[in-house]
Design a protein. Structure first.
Length: 61
């Protein structure tokens, strides 16, 4: 899913991680970004290959 997601967590007095929705003090936050999967790169390379072959054919004419 596109966009930025914020994952927040906090711990109790014993160091156990607690999860909650909403603001529970948020001692630390970090933003998770989407990472393209290998299929994305394969499709990009295939598309560039098709564009390159079309350009090569047009130059040969």
């Amino acid at each position: 899913m596109p966009g930025n997601w914020v994952l927040s967590s906090t711990t109790d007095a014993y160091g156990s991680v607690m999860a909650a929705s909403g603001d529970v003090g948020n001692p630390g936050q970090f933003i998770l970004a989407a990472v393209p999967e290998p299929e994305t790169y394969a499709m990009l390379l295939a598309g560039l290959g098709v564009i390159g072959s079309i350009a090569r054919r047009r130059r040969a004419r």
